[in-house]
Design a protein around this ligand. Structure first.
Ligand code: MN
Length: 438
């Protein structure tokens, strides 16, 4: 039997959106999860499947954040088994990395496979004097580690599977730590995600694949588990389910319990707002309208304690009657923070100054020909000489384009334009062009 906590992508030390308090949120989530699900539940070990730190060059504050919990786990004699992620991997040119140092000091067990010069992987048993190795036995489990391989993960995985299979522990739960995305499970589109076909090459070697890297929870066929990041690294991740797996195993038997960020442990609340700017020509008026939208949420935030204050993300849309810079969002932001005290305010300005607004709000359901007409009309409107006639001129431009594509002569196209633009003028004779050329 073995009982363990599986987490990944803690990203300690993260800095985003110029909000220093967010770094503290990641620390708080890390503390909360370790206290609740590792220390209080008395697990046999903790697995961290990569990206304990947000960056390879760990800053003093991030190191302190890590140590605060690693020391408690050490006191409780709960080993922490870690692999590198893409964010905290060692440099190719140096044997040193902060993760290796933490491992040397005994606070984590950093697992790394051994590669010989012929590209063959071997899994070497953890040596507690050297503080090095590729696999370790704790309780009734054997845990294998891997590195971060990026786009080549698919090629490497069968080799790691072979190496793990050779060292598979009988009558125990065999676990592999892997930092990789998996096809069909991405938050955002990434090229070369690890295919399921490659993933299953690991199936025979291990009973539990402890994944990290994708910041969203998923599981595959009752053997591959990805908890997601502990906190949301960007606003886009806010809605993705993420958290921690508490796992109990008995040989090949796997029982998981999932604890969700926000519902079960600390998570910074986010409020996402959208505001459509009105038609006002005065920046002052538009700013006041935006502030009013913010107040509707903000009225609540004033009385909240610090842990509950939300980060507000405000997206501005629509057409501005003036230059973008006149909106003075810095001023607005200052005023809003002064009055409403959110933890942070992120403003996404997606407004378009009216004179640059081409084909705004065009539906994809609209036929192509109609969309083309609208784009041309908007482009004509940008020239004050023709702006008032844009609706009549647009079909004419489309017609001229059609003639050009069909190989009509320039003269014929010119005739069309003259006849429509200057209907009062007598049409030039066909031969006039040829005569004039002499
Ligand atoms: Mn990550």
């Amino acid at each position: 039997m073995a009982k363990f906590l599986h987490i990944a992508d803690i990203h300690l030390g993260i800095k985003r959106y110029n909000l220093p308090d967010r770094t503290g949120d990641f620390f708080r989530a890390w503390c909360d999860v370790i206290e609740r699900y590792a220390l209080n539940r008395r697990v046999d070990f903790v697995l961290i499947a990569g990206d304990l730190f947000d960056r390879r060059l760990v800053e003093p504050q991030a190191a302190n954040h890590a140590m605060a919990m690693l020391m408690k786990l050490a006191e409780a004699r709960i080993p922490v088994v870690v692999i590198e992620g893409n964010h905290d991997q060692h440099e190719a040119t140096s044997r040193f990395s902060w993760l290796r140092s933490f491992s040397q000091w005994g606070y984590i067990k950093l697992l790394e496979p051994h590669w010989d010069d012929d590209g063959v992987a071997t899994m070497i048993e953890w040596d507690d004097d050297q503080k090095k190795g590729s696999f370790i036995d704790i309780a009734d489990a054997r845990i294998f580690g891997s590195n971060w391989y990026g786009a080549t993960t698919g090629n490497v995985l069968p080799l790691l599977a072979q190496a793990a299979l050779e060292k598979k522990r009988a009558d125990a739960t065999n676990i592999m730590l892997l930092h990789s995305d998996v096809e069909g499970q991405l938050n955002h589109r990434v090229q070369n995600a690890l295919s399921i076909a490659k993933l299953v090459t690991m199936r025979e070697a291990v009973d539990y694949l402890a994944l990290g890297h994708t910041h969203k929870r998923f599981e595959i066929d009752g053997w591959a588990y990805n908890p997601g990041s502990l906190e949301a690294c960007s606003v886009d991740e806010v809605e993705a389910p993420r958290g921690a797996f508490l796992v109990e195993t008995d040989g090949t038997n796997i029982k998981t319990e999932f604890f969700a960020a926000g519902a079960d442990y600390f998570q910074r609340p986010f409020k996402r707002l959208a505001h459509e700017v009105g038609n006002a020509e005065d920046p002052e008026v538009v700013r006041a309208e935006i502030l009013e939208t913010l107040r509707q949420v903000g009225a609540l935030t004033n009385e909240l304690d610090d842990q509950q204050k939300p980060v507000i993300e405000l997206t501005l849309r629509g057409q501005l009657g003036f230059k973008n810079s006149l909106l003075r969002l810095d001023k607005l932001k200052e005023q809003a923070i002064d009055e409403l005290h959110p933890l942070g305010l992120i403003i996404n300005n997606k407004t378009i100054p009216r004179q640059l607004a081409v084909a705004v709000g065009l539906s994809r359901d609209m036929p192509r020909s109609e969309r083309e007409l609208r784009v041309i009309e908007d482009l004509i409107k940008q020239d004050s000489r023709f702006a008032s006639q844009a609706a009549e001129l647009a079909p004419l431009v489309v017609e001229a384009k059609r003639m050009a594509l069909e190989g009509e002569s320039p003269e014929k196209i010119l005739h069309l334009l003259e006849a429509r633009l200057f209907p009062g003028l007598p049409a030039a004779p066909e031969s006039a062009q040829a005569e004039g050329a002499d």
